[in-house]
Every structure is written in C-alpha cells, then in structure tokens.
Design a binder for this molecule. Structure first.
Ligand SMILES: NC(=O)C1=CN([C@@H]2O[C@H](COP(=O)(O)OP(=O)(O)OC[C@H]3O[C@@H](n4cnc5c(N)ncnc54)[C@H](O)[C@@H]3O)[C@@H](O)[C@H]2O)C=CC1
Ligand SMILES: CC(C)CC(=O)C(=O)O
Ligand SMILES: [Mg+2]
Length: 365
C-alpha cells in the first residue's frame, strides 16, 4: 500500500528527531512492502522566519490531504519576543484546532529495562502503564477573550477557560472507549472543588458513565493527581482531563518512564488524519548536538501506524523494536545511568531501524 505522510520537523531538536522517524517508517515500508511518501512543510518558528506566519496555508493544505502527520516540535528562545500571532506555539495550536484534533492520547509506559532511569523507587514503577487522554482543542489555550489591557490599577490580563458540554462529552466518550480496551478503569481529573468548568466536566462524566457499565469511573482533583502520579502510578489505567491539566500531568507522568524523551502522543479527530508528535518540546538547550532521545518520536510512529494507517502488525513491530533496543542496553544521555555508555540520536534511530529490518530477515528465513 502507499501512504502519504506530512512531515512537520519544526524547531530545535524537531528536525533531528523527525529525521529518525522518517528513517524508521522507511524501514517499516521496506520490511512490510509499503510505500511511504513524505511531504515536508513548515510550522512554528521556522515558518515564521521563512514565511512570516507560524502556520502557512500550504502547510494546512498538506495536512488536510494526507493520511497522517508527523510533527517534531516548535518554539525556542529565538521567538520569545514575537507577537502572539507570530509565536511558533500558535502554529501548533492552530493546526490542532483546524484539523479538530480534540483527543490527545499520551501513554506513559515504564519499560522494565529503564527502571533505574527514573529517580523514583523501582517497586513504585515496576509495571506502571497508563494512558492520559487530554482534551486538545478547548479550554484555556483557546478561550476568548484573551487580552492584555490597561486597567484601573495598571495592566491586567485575561485568559478564558471555556468548554461546551458537547466538547466535554466527546472527549469523555473517547476516554471511556479507550479505557474499555485497556483495564476498564477511568480516572477523570478536574478541579471541581473550585472551577465551574470542572463541575460540568464531572456531571458529564457521571452521565456518560451510565453507557459504560463495564468501566469503573472515579474522580480525582488535579493537585492530588499530580502527586499520585509520582507516588503510586500503578493505581492509574486511563486518565481523562481537560487541555491544560493534561499538558502538565503528562510531563509529570514522563518522570515515571525515566525521561520526557520517552513519551509519544497521538492527536486524533473524529475522522480526518491524525497528528503524531513527542510530548516534549523543542529542547533548545540540546538542539543541534545529535544527543536528543528520538524514542518518543519513534514510539509516536507506532501510534501513527496503529491509529491512522491501521497497520497493527507494523505498529507492534516498532514497539517491539524499541523494547528490544532498550533491553539490549542502548541509551541516549537522558535515560543513561551515571557512567553508562550512550548513543547519539542518529545511532539510536539506526539501531531501532536495524531491529525492524533484522526481525524481517529472521521471519523470511
Ligand atoms: N509540542 C511542542 O512543540 C512543544 C513545544 N514546546 C516549546 O519548546 C520550547 C522549549 O520548552 P521547554 O520548556 O524547554 O520544554 P522541552 O520539553 O523542550 O524541554 C524540557 C527539558 O527536557 C529535555 N528534553 C526534551 N526533549 C528531550 C529529548 N527528546 N531528549 C532528551 N532530552 C529532552 C530538554 O533538553 C529540557 O531540558 C518552548 O518554546 C516551548 O514552548 C514545549 C512543549 C511542547
Ligand atoms: C507548546 C504548547 C502549544 C503545547 C504543549 O506544551 C503540549 O502540547 O505539550
Ligand atoms: Mg506540554
């Protein structure tokens, strides 16, 4: 089969990690007889520099006319002083909104061979495997009004936390569907002791729960959830939460895996192409050094194969290749124990590709 993938490398380490992801998809194509056609487009700071906007129209067109989108990361200090409409992050928020990518799936899995990469205790981590389902196109990041204005006592600023009942219901339903495929435990995270938004969120979750009698629903306040994620991550199966809480909680959850460089994501709409990207940002502090961990992006490719292309065997093979690479002891700096040898971004990419290619040679023998 032939598939069209739009690649948005973006800024910072974005180009380095997407390069490894393209290499991996090519290896998958070679092994399983698929043709991946890659079309590259600009987003974020690089698009601001070249085209004067973080989300050029042509980029949107490429994204709308493909089977799946692979994104690196956007942003960096170079664009700190840009106006809001020229901020790199505005491009990312824009493509999420334009493609209606309301469901952001962020799995955090503790690999047995990385138990010592986290500063948390082994018995707390061993076996932890959770999925954060984050609402991605509503809430504080999109609400209007958003403004800075002169008030009676000097400058004042407004960001708006806005959700409709329909937006809440569709993400809650998506999370119940996903929990049903896992261990059938859904924790809805909110701040219902303070926010009216969260009170509606909780009401909707309780109402929708009646349609999923096989899934156990519980509620947790977000401040407690942040603490519980590092204190006892194994209590969680599937978590559903609103946009900003999900953003923050997923970075916290990355610490159980050992590094932010390990967390992949899928952003899905009801029908169109999905967007796949690591949870981390553009890591300007390590950009251009070939030391970033590409595994979050490679694991995002597995999600791309699974959710957008429906290539289950290929997705499983990528996940297996990552697992095997880690079990064989290969580490980028962020997941290496003190004194342990490390590999570069491109070496890690090569090794994972080689696992895919050699597995297929074994199969055909
Ligand atoms: N999806 C996206 O494009 C996102 C973009 N950003 C943007 O990225 C820029 C930098 O933001 P930060 O707050 O520094 O967050 P960040 O996620 O880029 O980096 C946080 C820390 O994690 C490390 N790190 C991140 N990814 C890594 C990897 N693959 N391998 C090894 N280490 C890794 C970085 O070196 C840094 O020390 C900002 O402009 C921010 O707005 C932030 C988050 C998401
Ligand atoms: C850079 C932001 C737009 C978003 C973010 O931090 C994220 O999606 O994880
Ligand atoms: Mg984030």
């Amino acid at each position: 089969m032939s598939y069209k993938i739009t690649v948005l490398p973006g800024d910072g380490i974005g180009p380095e990690i997407t390069k490894e992801a393209v290499k991996l998809l090519d290896a998958v194509g070679e092994t399983y007889g698929h043709n991946f056609e890659f079309q590259y487009a600009d987003i974020g700071g690089v698009a601001v520099d070249k085209q004067g906007t973080p989300l050029p129209e042509q980029t949107v067109q490429h994204c709308e006319s493909c089977d799946a989108i692979l994104l690196g990361a956007v942003g960096g200090p170079k664009w700190d002083d840009e106006t809001p409409d020229r901020k790199p992050e505005t491009g990312l928020l824009g493509i999420r909104k334009q493609l209606n990518l309301f469901a952001n799936l962020r799995p955090a899995i503790v690999y047995d061979s990385l138990l010592d990469a986290s500063s948390l205790k082994r018995d707390v981590l061993d076996g932890a495997d959770l999925l954060i389902v984050r609402e991605l196109t509503g809430g504080l990041y999109f609400g209007k009004p958003r403004e800075r204005r002169e008030g009676e006592h000097g400058l004042e600023v407004i960001d708006t936390l806005h959700y409709t009942e329909a937006e809440i219901e569709r993400i809650i339903r998506k999370a119940f569907d996903l929990a049903r495929l896992r261990n059938k435990q859904l924790t809805s995270v909110d701040k219902a002791n303070v926010l009216e938004n969260s009170r509606l969120w909780r009401e909707v979750a309780n109402r929708v729960a009646a349609d999923y009698p096989d899934v156990e629903l519980s509620h947790m306040l977000v401040d407690n959830a942040a603490m519980q994620l590092v204190n006892d991550p194994k209590q969680f199966d599937t978590i559903v939460t609103e946009n900003m809480f999900g953003d923050i909680l997923s970075d916290i959850a990355s610490m159980i895996t050992g590094s932010l460089g390990m967390l992949p994501s899928a952003s899905l709409s009801a029908d169109g192409p999905g967007l796949y990207e690591p949870v981390h940002g553009s890591a300007p502090d390590i950009a251009g050094q070939n030391i970033a961990n590409p595994l979050a992006t490679l694991a995002s490719c597995a999600m791309l194969l699974r959710y957008s292309l429906h290539l289950k065997e290929e997705a499983d093979a990528v996940e297996e290749a990552i697992l095997k690479t880690l079990r064989e002891g290969y580490r980028t700096g962020d997941i290496a124990a003190i004194g342990e040898a490390t590999v570069s971004t491109s070496e890690m990419g090569d090794i994972v590709c080689q696992q895919i290619l050699s597995a297929s040679i074994k199969q055909s023998q």
